[in-house]
Design a protein around this ligand. Structure first.
Ligand code: KIV
Length: 257
C-alpha cells in the first residue's frame, strides 16, 4: 500500500501493481504544507480522492477520514464514510483509534462500508500523544494496543494499520488477529506495508521519519529541473526550433506587407 493524492501518481501506482492506495490525510502535511494532519477537511479529502479514483482502476482505494469527520457522533461518521464511497470514488475508509471508535466502526461497517483501523502512532491525536512518537513501548501500552486491535477486529474492521510500534509487538498482534495488518514503522512482521509516497520518493524535504526507505530523491530532481529551465530560458536555449510553431514564408510576406 502507498498513499496518493492525485491522478498521475495513482495511474503510475496502478500500472506498477500497487495492491492498495490510501488517500491519506497526510495530504495536509506533504501536499498542503500544514504542520500536522488536523486542518484538512472532508471536502479537501474528497477533491483528492476523486482525482486518485480517476487514475487508479485496479488498486483497492481507501479514503482516510479526516480529523473531526468521525469523532463527534456515530451519525457523522457513517455519513462522512458514505461520502468517500458516494462522492470520492473510494472502496473503503480508514479511521484512527481503538476502543473509543468501536461504535463508529461497527456502524460504518453496518452501512456496508469496509473500514480499515489505525493504531499506534495516530497522527490526529498528536497533541494528546505529545508529538509524533512511537507507541506501545511499555508492557501496559502494548497490552492496550493488542486489546484495541482485537476490539477493532470484533467491530468488523477488515484490516489494521499499525504505525510506529515495536516490530515484535506488531508481529505479535498480526498473529493474534485474523485481519491483515499493514505496518508503517512497525517492522517486517506485519502482513503488508504502507509508506507516505512523498517520503519514499524524497519529495517532502521538511522531515523524514526514521522508518522511511527513500527510493528516489524527487525534490533534488525537481530543483535541478527548475534551475535548468531558468538557465535555458535566460540563455534563450529554450524554446528551440523543435518547440516552436512555424508559419510559411508566403503567409509571412502577406502579413508584413
Ligand atoms: O495519512 C496517511 O498517510 C496515513 C498513513 C501514514 C498510514 O495514515
Amino acid at each position: 500500500m502507498l498513499t496518493a493524492y492525485d491522478y498521475p501518481t495513482a495511474m503510475a501506482m496502478d500500472k506498477a501493481g500497487v495492491d492498495s492506495i490510501l488517500v491519506g490525510d497526510s495530504l495536509a502535511m506533504v501536499v498542503l504544507g500544514y504542520e500536522n494532519t488536523l486542518p484538512v477537511t472532508m471536502d479537501e479529502m474528497l477533491h483528492h480522492a476523486r482525482a486518485v479514483a480517476r487514475g487508479a482502476k485496479s488498486a483497492l482505494l481507501v479514503g482516510d477520514m479526516p480529523f473531526m469527520s468521525y469523532q463527534v457522533s456515530v451519525e457523522d461518521a457513517v455519513r462522512n464514510a458514505g461520502r468517500f464511497l458516494q462522492n470520492g470514488g473510494m472502496d473503503a475508509v480508514k479511521l484512527e483509534g481503538g476502543r473509543e471508535r468501536a461504535d463508529a466502526v461497527r456502524a460504518i461497517v453496518g452501512a456496508g462500508i469496509p473500514v480499515m483501523g489505525h493504531l499506534g502512532l495516530t497522527p490526529q491525536s498528536v497533541h494528546q500523544l505529545g508529538g509524533f512518537r512511537a507507541q506501545g513501548k511499555t508492557a501496559i501500552a502494548a497490552k492496550r494496543l493488542l486489546e484495541d486491535a482485537k476490539i477493532l477486529e470484533d467491530a468488523g474492521a477488515f484490516s489494521l494499520v499499525l504505525e510506529a510500534v515495536p516490530a515484535r509487538l506488531a508481529e505479535y498482534i498480526s498473529k493474534q488477529i485474523s485481519i491483515p495488518t499493514i505496518g508503517i514503522g512497525a517492522g517486517a512482521g506485519c502482513d503488508g506495508q504502507v509508506l507516505v509516497t512523498h517520503d519514499m520518493l524524497g519529495l517532502f524535504e521538511r522531515f523524514t521519519p526514521k522508518f522511511v526507505k527513500q527510493y528516489a530523491n524527487f525534490h533534488a530532481e525537481m530543483s535541478k529541473a527548475f534551475t535548468d529551465y531558468i538557465d535555458d530560458v535566460e540563455s534563450r536555449r529554450f524554446p528551440a526550433v523543435e518547440h516552436t510553431v512555424e508559419m510559411t514564408d508566403e503567409e509571412w510576406e502577406e502579413f508584413i506587407k
